[in-house]
Design a protein around this ligand. Structure first.
Ligand SMILES: [Zn+2]
Length: 509
């Protein structure tokens, strides 16, 4: 009973926290359909004792049609002092976490500059909820982290906060901190003088990766040569107190990169860097600057140190950052394919039996109390469900079995390298289904439907044919599937379907 009460209290507390943050994603707001985000410029001074920010942001937008309203999302905890559009002062209102700018604009480019200041939401339980974390490392230096996966960029800058629209030309992010502190951010460091850190990425980037970390960091670097021969810097922004751990961490990360490149293609951000930053929270897949807070805790795979959390977050450089679901409804593409990718490390290092053990361990943990794709236009908080990890991964494992490695792995790599499903082009469950069906040469939609859109499990009927033989068939899927059948005579693979009792096995005595 006590446990149950504690559970209810925790759930209520979590619900209370969630109510604090406005939705990220969901149905695209009508005013934002007309707006194609090209670029963000963010320039903010961070006042650590006051836990506040002040400065400006510019959203470069392409208007598809003439507009009388430009709508950006920005949390109400900030006060907007002024808005200009293409250099002219514009009227605005700011409430319900929406900055509504009114005027009259032609189709084409619009540079929306917002001058603002205020205190960002504080994270209560990062990375599971969002906000800023202001803490100190063990030597007493300030340590600041930002997590925004459930809230989006509106946590601290005005933006079109929807996963379907990434800034095609990237982001310029300048953060001003007291001299002596170091700011880690996405892309390349363009300039850093006297506590002014200017980071720039020229790649498309999801809003929740447009974040920064501040700390008493040392930068430990080495080079990585990609599968296509590009030399990419690896940089670990590590607390000075843990500097001696960094080289080993980067060696492990390089090994992970090699295995991921084998299955998913070249590391996606070769013009910039492979980045890692030590954070007070566990981790988060921030593009080119992955958050790392696993405290250098390792297990062993293949007789070598293995950091599972780092492996998982790094996999998101392909699944989530390069291949991005345009609707959070298809979140399983990030977490399910990502988690499947985690298991490929074991496959490579320890072989098939060790890889299968991962699914034997994880499949019983699937709750299966709701489908992992819940429809269309779903916000992040509503789409997030623990099953998107193990059930999504198990689905990919099932696809691998059905298609066979010679079809499955090239198709998976196709998904993560095709320009139609990567970078500025978002993807969907339907895209994944089409791609794998095309590669298989048959319609896989019944399989996608069963695993992703229902909580049904594949049912296999077994009956006695006569006194000496068993028969089996599939009961609830309209397609044929290969299945391993184990009898006293051994294990064999048979193709079963729903239409008839196709196969008979000798009954054991
Ligand atoms: Zn993840």
């Amino acid at each position: 009973m006590r446990k149950y009460l504690l559970f209810i209290l925790l759930v209520s507390a979590a619900a209370g926290l969630r109510a604090q943050a406005p939705a990220y994603g969901g149905k695209l707001k009508p005013e934002q359909v007309n707006m194609d985000i090209r670029h963000y410029t963010i320039d903010l001074a961070l006042n650590i004792p006051d836990r506040s920010l002040s400065g400006y942001a510019i959203a470069d937008v392409r208007l598809k049609e003439p507009a009388s309203v430009l709508l950006l999302d920005l949390m109400d905890s900030f006060a907007v002092a002024a808005v200009t559009v293409n250099g002219r002062v514009a009227g605005f209102t700011h409430d319900h976490h929406e900055l509504r700018i009114t005027g009259s604009w032609q189709a084409g480019q619009a540079a929306v500059k917002v001058v603002y200041s205020g205190r960002p939401m504080i994270a209560k339980r990062p990375p599971w909820d969002d906000g800023f974390t202001f803490t100190k490392d063990s030597t007493g230096h300030p340590w600041v982290a930002v997590t925004a996966e459930g809230t989006g960029g509106k946590l601290y800058f005005p933006c079109k906060d929807h996963p379907s629209d990434e800034p095609d030309e990237g982001v310029d992010l300048t953060i001003r901190v007291p001299a002596g502190l170091v700011v880690a951010g996405p892309g390349l460091l363009v300039d850093n003088k006297k506590g002014v850190y200017h980071w720039r990425t020229t790649y498309p980037i999801n809003n929740y990766s447009i974040v920064f970390n501040v700390g008493d960091y040392a930068v430990v670097s080495r080079d990585y040569v990609t599968v296509s021969g590009h030399k990419v810097p690896m940089q670990f922004y590590v607390l000075k107190e843990h500097q001696d751990r960094a080289a080993h961490q980067l060696d492990m990360l390089a090994h992970m990169a090699q295995i991921k490149e084998k299955y998913f293609g070249e590391y996606p951000w070769v013009k910039e860097k492979i980045g890692l930053v030590e954070t007070p929270h566990l981790g988060m897949e921030h593009q080119t600057m992955n958050a790392y807070g696993n405290k250098f805790r390792y297990t062993a795979i293949g007789g070598q140190d293995f950091d599972g959390l780092m492996n998982h977050e790094f996999g998101h450089e392909w699944w989530g950052n390069k291949v991005t679901a345009g609707d959070w409804a298809d979140y399983w593409i990030h977490e399910g394919i990502g988690t499947f990718g985690d298991a490929l490390y074991t496959l490579d290092m320890e072989g098939e039996a060790a890889y299968e053990k991962i699914f034997q361990r994880d499949v019983p943990r699937i709750r299966n109390n709701k489908p992992i794709v819940l429809g269309k236009d779903i916000a992040e908080e509503d789409a997030y469900h623990p099953d998107i990890y193990p059930k999504g991964a198990f689905f990919m494992h099932t696809l691998r079995y059905i298609l066979g490695d010679s079809i499955f792995f090239p198709t998976l790599k196709h998904l993560s390298t095709d320009s139609n499903t990567t970078y500025a082009n978002t993807t969907s469950t339907e895209d994944v289904q089409r791609l794998f069906s095309g590669a298989a040469g048959r319609d896989l939609s019944p399989l996608f439907h069963l695993f992703l859109y229902t909580t049904d499990k594949l049912e296999v009927g077994v009956r006695l044919q006569d006194s000496t033989h068993w028969q089996v068939k599939l009961l609830n899927i309209d397609m044929s599937l290969p299945m391993e059948v184990m009898t006293s005579g051994g294990t064999s693979t048979k193709v079963l379907d729903k239409k008839e009792w196709l196969w008979s096995a000798k009954r054991c005595r």
